[in-house]
Design a protein around this ligand. Structure first.
Ligand code: ADP
Length: 911
């Protein structure tokens, strides 16, 4: 086939016509592929039969389309469009064959062409001149095609090492695909460093398709191993030799601190290793010069989140998901039997998993290595806390212990010992649960898929930027931004934590963890453990605080309320629930909240208080709002909600001049799946929603893949914000996304159809691949989800089918994700702090009273509503600038769009 067209689909109106067509093509030399399905037959014409460049796959399937009228012999068949072009070096022989099967033909001898018709009225051209244009004019994907920006392509190897972590696959996928799009040759090293030491087929060139579907797969598909030989110089010598023999000049290592230490050792030894190999004649002089520098880039894949130089490691959040699922489940049995559970979680020398699990599940006590209990008799303190909680009405006690937990004299704290204490001193029916390896596994959470993807991309960029002079970088994440710092320094600092703990310098150990760690630890103790009246404010500073939910439900609303209530009570305030939003306030639906009343809310989805979209000053009379606040003597408000809540905040701020009872501190904790509240990078509920989307899309993909070649147009929420579509698209490996920020144009749809056709043409003939497009609900008024799906169906020319899936309210999620619970806890506590700090503010500072409690990067800030209004697009209900928009192009690029740029097409033609 000219220009490498390799797959063609023909439509037959009935089984009878289909069988005739199959017989006709069999006669031409096409072989029917098994297994055959009635009404959908695949045939193959081996390249050698027609002297084509590639094998030709022909698919004939029954469709509802009528046959076009059969051209008569009087017509000029060379003017008919569409059909197959086959090379034939002996047209005379071809003619006699056609005669023998009684097929009519037209001959254009001067052009070296013979035209005939198949039973489905498609024209077939036999030619002895191979320069005919490609009839479908679609480029094929060459997975290893490279933009020719380097004379010699960079050869990058990627390996995963140490303990497996969810998201490692996503990072390998990103490295492979982004690397290819940048013109590099990418190699997968199987079985971690062992593969490097062994060489051979453990170092394999990866192509675009080799990583398809990897985003949702847990663990690592290229394998990992603990490799003793790599710890020896002889092992590293062999590893260096193998890299040189493969012509590899860069190595991306995804692993924990051990693996990255190994990478750092390898880097520092590299010149010496090459020298030794050269002297032993294991590599040539030329090789030693060409590969004189090895670029090493580190990606941190570790469930422990124990690496310095990054706030979070790939796999830690998924692990936290698994822990929280288990602790939530254990919680129900504990509650039923009024039991105590001591749960040991992983984390080696790092307490991140244990602390975060403690926060996210509302555990009564947590033991971590960085901050051992400071008391000599910590057993009594723990018992006092558990007892107090029991006295307040709790029926369950949950203690979380990090596997590396120690007391202040470095003696390990073991779960069995805690169990004995609780049983003996409090008489509690206590059980120990060690979660073990369940914590490692499973499909990665949305957060890890996105983190691993953007870091994988950054690691390739780091390779391309590197020079022999630049130190090896470590790709990290600090304050929600991908960073690229020195690997060596990060490794050193990481080892310092263990050293500081060993020296009992716990303050230093805490300092070496990321800054939120200490804040979160304080949030945990202040809202859980210090409920012994030790944290009470003097009576005159105690406030009556109203809590109200606004807008649609979002995961984490209840968690925020729970923490606010408990922390407020610990400080001596009185928290009030305002039921059913501002209409509820107007009706006086206000009730005091108690410590035990919010028990269990940390894991409850939806809104326990009831939420309402009505905006004060618009849908609800502001005078009545002010009146009720005054009547109940509410001295501060905590609002939990989305953009309606932000609009309400503006109205409340404006009305303060008129109503003195509104001159109180008001903090808004952003909570909406759309993540469109100005003043924050993340809203509560958006992470829960992303996880619901990826779960739904994983199921949809499975269905699509199992049945037939299908493109699902999945409609997601988000209002006028494309956050869920873009981040969901990145996390599910969507083919593309439609978002309101861009709208949808006809040209765009056309190019998307062409791209999908090219992808399906390139798929293996006997595989049915599913693909997904995410469309935000408001991306276009004209091109609705149904319209797009119908266009794809019609324009797919039988190559693929299309269906829609509108996820709707599923996206609000069931139980909130751990990240939403943790953010909720932190923001709620800071909101109460904000309220305390701004009570009785001087009038000139009054504008600071009404603020969003927002996350900027990893830090909590309190931008006032006055400051935020100019930064908001009020008409479209979103901030003017969205940090996530920089991920938009990555979705298309990682689905193969980069290979279809005009220059890539040109480069394909030249190959
Ligand atoms: P993790 O990367 O999860 O911390 P390990 O500590 O087990 O896991 O390290 C994984 C692998 O990295 C080891 O099996 C070994 O091959 C390599 N490695 C670890 N430390 C070193 C070192 N100091 N020198 C060379 N290789 C090392």
């Amino acid at each position: 086939m000219p220009l490498g067209l390799s797959h063609v689909v023909l439509n037959a109106p009935s089984l009878e016509e289909l069988n005739k067509a199959v017989a006709f093509y069999n006669n031409l030399g096409f072989q029917t592929l098994s297994p055959t399905k009635e009404g959908d037959v695949w045939l193959k014409l081996p390249a050698k039969c027609s002297q084509n460049a590639t094998d030709l796959t022909l698919r004939i399937l029954i469709s509802t389309v009528d046959l076009s009228p059969r051209p008569t012999l009087e017509e000029d068949w060379s003017r008919l469009s569409g059909g197959l072009v086959l090379l034939s070096n002996d047209l005379e022989k071809r003619k006699s064959h056609l005669n023998s099967i009684d097929a009519k033909y037209q001959e254009y001898a001067e052009d070296g062409e013979l035209y005939t018709l198949d039973p489905l009225n498609n024209v077939i051209v036999f030619t002895d001149r191979p320069a005919l244009p490609n009839l479908l004019d679609l480029p094929q994907i060459d997975s290893n095609s490279s933009k020719k920006d380097h004379a010699v392509p960079r050869k990058i190897a990627v390996l995963t090492s140490g303990g497996d972590a969810a998201g490692m696959n996503a990072s390998v996928r990103a490295v492979v695909r982004y690397g290819i799009s940048k013109g590099c040759h990418v190699y997968g090293v199987y079985e971690g460093y062992q593969g490097l030491v062994d060489g051979g087929d453990r170092i394999r060139r990866m192509d675009w398709k080799s990583v398809r579907g990897w985003l949702s797969v847990g663990g690592t598909s290229i394998g990992t191993a603990r490799c003793m030989p790599f710890k020896t110089r002889e092992g590293r010598l062999r590893a260096a030799e193998n890299l040189v023999h493969h012509g590899i000049d860069s190595l991306i290592v995804c692993g924990g601190d051990g693996s990255l230490t190994g990478a750092d050792v390898f880097r520092s030894e590299w010149p010496g290793l090459l020298d030794e190999l050269k002297k032993a004649n294991r590599i040539t002089e030329e090789d030693a010069t060409t590969y004189g520098h090895l670029t090493i880039v580190g990606l941190v894949g570790s469930i422990d989140n124990d690496m310095a130089g990054t706030d979070i490691t790939i796999g830690a959040v998924t692990s936290l998901h698994r822990i929280c699922e288990s602790v939530d489940s254990i919680g129900t049995t504990a509650l039923s039997h009024s039991r105590a559970f001591v749960i040991e979680v992983m984390g080696r020398h790092c307490g991140w998993l244990a602390l975060m699990a403690g926060i996210a599940t509302g555990a009564d006590f947590v033991f971590i290595p960085e901050r051992p209990p400071m008391e000599d008799d910590w057993e009594s303190t723990m018992c006092a806390v558990a007892h107090r909680h029991r006295m307040l009405g709790k029926r369950k006690t949950v203690i979380i212990v990090a596997e590396g937990a120690i007391d202040k004299s470095l003696k390990p704290i073991r779960p069995e010992y805690i169990k004995d204490i609780l049983t003996d001193r409090l008489g509690l029916d206590t059980r120990v649960t060690t979660l073990g390896h369940t914590q490692r596994g499973g499909s990665p959470a949305a957060f890890d898929r996105i983190l691993a993807t953007i870091q994988g991309v950054a690691s390739v960029d780091a390779v391309l930027r590197s020079t022999p002079e630049t130190p090896s970088p470590l790709i990290g994440m600090t304050s929600n931004k991908v960073t690229c710092g020195p690997l060596m320094k990060a490794v050193e600092l990481t080892h310092e934590v263990a050293k500081a703990i060993g020296e009992k310098n716990f303050a230093r150990a805490m300092e070496l963890r990321d800054p939120q760690f200490a804040e979160e630890f304080n949030a945990y103790t202040a809202s859980t453990i210090l409920d012994d009246e030790s944290d009470l404010l003097p009576a005159h500073l105690r406030l009556r605080i109203g809590i109200v939910h606004m807008g649609a439900p979002a995961g984490g609303m209840n968690a925020a309320t729970r923490t606010a209530v408990r922390y407020a009570l610990n400080r001596g305030h009185t928290p009030f629930a305002i039921f059913n939003g501002f209409p509820g306030l107007v009706h006086g639906s206000i009730e005091e909240l108690t410590w035990i009343g919010v028990d269990g809310w940390i894991s409850h989805g939806g809104s326990e208080l009831g939420t309402n979209r009505a905006v004060p000053g618009e849908d609800v009379d502001m005078g009545m709002v002010a009146y009720q606040l005054q009547k109940f003597n509410i001295q501060a408000l905590m609002i939990v909600g989305g953009f309606e809540a932000f609009s309400g905040l503006i109205k409340l701020n404006e009305a303060r001049e008129k109503y003195p009872s509104l001159c109180i501190p008001i903090g808004l904790i952003p909570a909406t799946v759309s993540n469109n509240v100005p003043g924050t990078d993340f809203s509560l509920g958006s992470d829960t929603s992303l996880n619901s989307i990826i779960n739904a899309c994983d199921s949809i993909m499975q269905s699509a893949r199992s049945s037939r070649r299908r493109v699902f147009v999945v409609e997601v929420q988000g209002g006028m914000s494309g956050y869920l579509a873009v981040e969901g698209g990145l996390a599910t490996g969507a083919n593309t996304v439609y978002i309101p920020e861009e709208g949808i144009k006809l040209e765009r749809l056309q190019s998307d159809v062409r791209h999908l056709m090219a992808l399906y043409l390139d798929d293996d003939a006997d595989k049915s691949e599913g693909r997904i497009i995410l469309r935000n609900e408001k991306a276009s008024k004209t091109y609705t989800t149904d319209v797009i799906s119908n266009i794809l169906k019609d324009e797919g020319r039988g190559l693929f089918d299309s269906r829609t899936a509108v996820l709707g309210h599923i996206q609000q999620g069931n139980t909130p994700s751990p990240m939403d619970r943790i953010h909720a806890t932190r923001l709620a506590m800071r909101c109460i702090d904000f309220i305390e700090q701004h009570t009785g503010a001087a009038l000139e500072k009054a504008h600071l009273l009404v603020a969003v409690v927002g996350l900027t990067g990893a830090e909590v800030h309190f931008p006032s509503v006055k400051e935020l209004v100019p930064k908001a697009d009020l008409a479209n209900r979103k901030p003017n600038k969205a940090w996530w928009f920089e991920h938009r192009d990555l979705v298309d690029l990682l689905s193969g769009r980069g290979l279809f740029t005009p220059e890539a097409q040109e480069s394909l033609k030249q190959q």
